[in-house]
Design a protein around this ligand. Structure first.
Ligand code: ATP
Ligand code: MG
Length: 418
């Protein structure tokens, strides 16, 4: 006997329906509008890639590569991974299709699902959506600021304005090693590091600053900003003066290191400031060596990604979606079975062409082989505001009955007037 056990959505995934599905679409629409104004072109990359792409770009010692990737082999034994983030694939596509030639502005955006094997909790899923942008070929701090503005404008377009911008500079290949050395020395002198941090200390001491367990309990940790070389310092100062110039508040956060290995210089996070929220909504930064490391030309780059579910939650909480009215629902009913064909073709025609004096509506019905009583009940169930009833004697005079479902009043109306 076959098992009747119900299948459920896999742990860490979630179905998006109702207001959430509407919000998700609206968010993508808003994003496209804003990206367009800043000159960003859309790109869609596959959901899976060769797993080595992420190992090489995100970094062996990152949380993602160490423990969060969905890796599998296909039938020919190819090692593939469900994408955990968008940047690596975009860089791969840039190199593969020489996109810098077809789109010399170097501006691209994407949206889609990402996969990370994380412990599911509020705002953290195993399949989640991100919207992000990458700006290639521009090493100016102005590009960093443009990306930050873009991310914040996108949040604001969804009513998410209670946010705080955190920035930091991770330095470059010249100044970061000295800082790493100082950090290793500092943490080596500490006794009670967690298991993860002991491992991180060997591979990438910067990660210790990000540790949820350890990072808060130590004081006088060496500050990266004090180790920046002259170029990185000037660069970070320009980022700040440009942010001030356009009236953006920010907080310098010396512990902001980001989870991926490829960042250089400016990194940032946008935190929700709303009561009861402690989530990072969007994050990004500069990654000037990644394109070359993946086999492309030496190309500076900066980008960001936002977590759609987290942003959607904030948008909903701020009441943003309440300004959108759902369309008026109109139900088509038949009082006589012989009129089903007439009513059905009317419903299809009107759903396609619209009704006079009403452009925002949805059409439901008619239902075949059901009593009028049943159909009216159904109309109430779906919260139709009006039911258009096809009845024999009225129809013979070119009319239908239009019933107002709230007031229960009914009027005869010429079909040609609808
Ligand atoms: P966190 O520190 O919360 O794990 P992260 O540094 O791993 O975040 P990024 O890789 O920078 O996150 O991704 C950008 C954004 O994507 C995050 O700011 C967050 O909004 C969202 N995000 C990341 N991981 C998840 C997840 N597992 N579920 C839902 N959203 C996520
Ligand atoms: Mg993470």
């Amino acid at each position: 006997m076959t098992s009747r056990k119900k299948c459920k959505a896999p742990r860490g995934t979630h179905d998006i329906f109702g207001m959430k599905a509407f919000g998700m679409s609206l968010m993508e629409l808003k994003a496209k509008e804003i990206f367009r104004r800043f000159g960003f072109e859309e790109i869609r990359t596959p959901i899976f890639e060769e797993s080595c792409l992420f190992m090489r770009s995100i970094g062996q010692s990152s949380d993602i590569v160490e423990k969060e990737m969905y890796i599998f082999e296909d039938r020919k034994g190819r090692k593939l991974a469900l994408r955990p983030e968008g940047t690596a694939a975009l860089v791969r596509a840039l190199i593969e299709h020489k996109l810098d030639i077809s789109n010399p502005s170097g501006k691209f955006f994407y949206s889609g699902e990402m996969f990370r094997y994380e412990r599911p909790q509020f705002g953290r899923y195993r399949q989640f959506y991100q919207i992000g942008a990458e700006f290639f070929g521009n090493s100016s701090p102005a590009a960093d600021v443009e990306i930050i503005v873009l991310a914040q404008d996108l949040l604001a377009s969804l009513g998410v304005t209670e946010v705080k911008l955190h920035i930091n500079s991770l330095g470059c290949q010249n100044c970061r090693p000295t800082f790493k050395y100082a950090l290793t020395k500092y943490f080596n002198s500490k006794q009670d590091l967690c298991k993860d941090c002991l491992r991180r200390l060997e591979k990438n001491p910067l990660r210790l600053l990000d540790c949820k367990i350890d990072s808060d309990k130590f004081i006088k940790i060496p500050q990266l900003l004090k180790f920046l070389c002259k170029d990185c310092e000037d660069n970070f100062n320009t980022v700040q003066s440009l942010l001030k110039r356009i009236g953006k508040n920010y907080k310098i956060d010396g512990r902001l290191v980001r989870g991926l290995d490829y960042y250089t210089r400016t990194v940032f996070e946008i935190h929700s400031n709303a009561i009861g929220s402690r989530n990072v909504l969007a994050a990004g930064g500069r990654y000037d060596s990644l394109v070359k490391e993946l086999g492309g030309q030496d190309t500076p780059a900066v980008g960001f990604a936002l977590g759609s579910e987290r942003v959607l939650f904030e948008a909903e909480k701020s009441g943003f979606f309440s300004i959108f009215k759902s369309p008026e629902k109109i139900f088509i009913a038949i009082a006589d079975q012989t009129l089903f064909g007439e009513a059905f073709s009317f419903a299809i025609k009107r759903a396609r062409e619209g009704l006079k004096n009403n452009t925002d509506f949805s059409i439901y019905g008619p239902i075949n082989r059901k009593s009028l009583r049943f159909q009216l009940k159904f109309a109430n169930k779906i919260k139709a505001s009006k039911t258009i009833i096809f009845a024999k004697s009225e129809f013979e005079n070119g009319k239908v009955l239009v019933k107002n479902m709230k007031t229960k009043t009914q009027a005869e109306i010429l079909i040609t007037d609808l």
